[in-house]
Design a protein around this ligand. Structure first.
Ligand code: F6R
Length: 233
């Protein structure tokens, strides 16, 4: 794992943008994308750039079950607002959280991943070192799967919803093996609340209790951390 230490999120996002640009120039055709606050400035950099994705494919990490693409809390909506409206891809995939048969949907998503191997996967990391929706205890061998959200995640998400019953209880996520099959991974971590997870990911044992620790065994990972997130490494 190559670590790049930067001052802050803005600088880190610019470094990430440069790496992305170089990979596209070198022939990357399929991008793996994340939602959340971490990639927001990277997506802004991309929106304001000359980059053209019209001949490329994007595959997102995850989506909530039960939300439609025009629901403001869905990851499909997030991606449209922050990237796809300005920079459309030839084809963009997100798990369909409204699929009638969710097990079939996870299998379909794995077929998509097999058809379009990810050249560069963008990742954030959770405070407990989760990547995607792969919480501690998720098997390293996991492919795309249905996740029961933990009570603490449901409680944390409830602030975005008017009614408690509207808060998603499940999500579909690429698994850890799916993420590991990307040819290159670019993980960004910003802010002190990520410091412990970053230190555990890099220095801790490779264990399913620290989902991101699996990245220690990937041949091509670049980690971009700001001073605060990198305080423990
Ligand atoms: C998002 C995702 C999550 C986030 C992680 C960090 O698609 O899969 O694993 O990357 O929860 O979230 P932020 O960036 O909001 O701190």
């Amino acid at each position: 794992m190559k670590t790049i230490k930067v001052k802050n999120k803005t600088e880190g996002s610019k470094v990430a943008f440069k790496i992305l640009q170089e990979e596209i120039e070198a022939g990357a055709k399929t991008l793996g994308l994340a939602t959340g606050s971490t990639p927001l400035e990277l997506y802004k950099e991309i929106r304001e750039s000359h980059l053209d994705f019209s001949d490329m494919v994007s595959i997102n990490l995850d989506e909530y079950v039960g939300l439609s693409a025009d629901d403001k809390q869905s990851y499909a909506y997030f991606m449209k607002q922050n990237l796809f409206a300005a920079k459309p891809f030839k084809k963009s995939y997100l798990p369909n959280g409204l699929a009638a048969d969710l097990a079939k949907e996870t299998e379909y998503y794995d077929q998509i991943l097999a058809q379009y191997p990810i050249d560069l996967q963008i990742l954030g990391i959770g405070r407990n070192a989760h990547i995607g929706f792969n919480e501690p205890g998720t098997a390293f061998s996991s492919q795309t799967h249905l996740v029961d959200l933990t009570p603490s995640t449901i409680a944390a998400n409830s602030r975005f919803f008017e009614k408690a019953e509207d808060v998603p209880k499940q999500a579909i996520s690429m698994g850890l093996a799916s993420i590991m099959s990307a040819k290159m991974i670019l993980l960004m971590a910003f802010g002190e609340e990520k410091a412990e997870a970053v230190a555990a990911m890099i220095k801790g044992p490779v264990t399913e209790e620290i989902p991101a620790s699996i990245l220690q065994t990937h041949p091509k990972v670049i980690l971009i951390v700001d001073e605060k997130a990198g305080a423990g490494i």
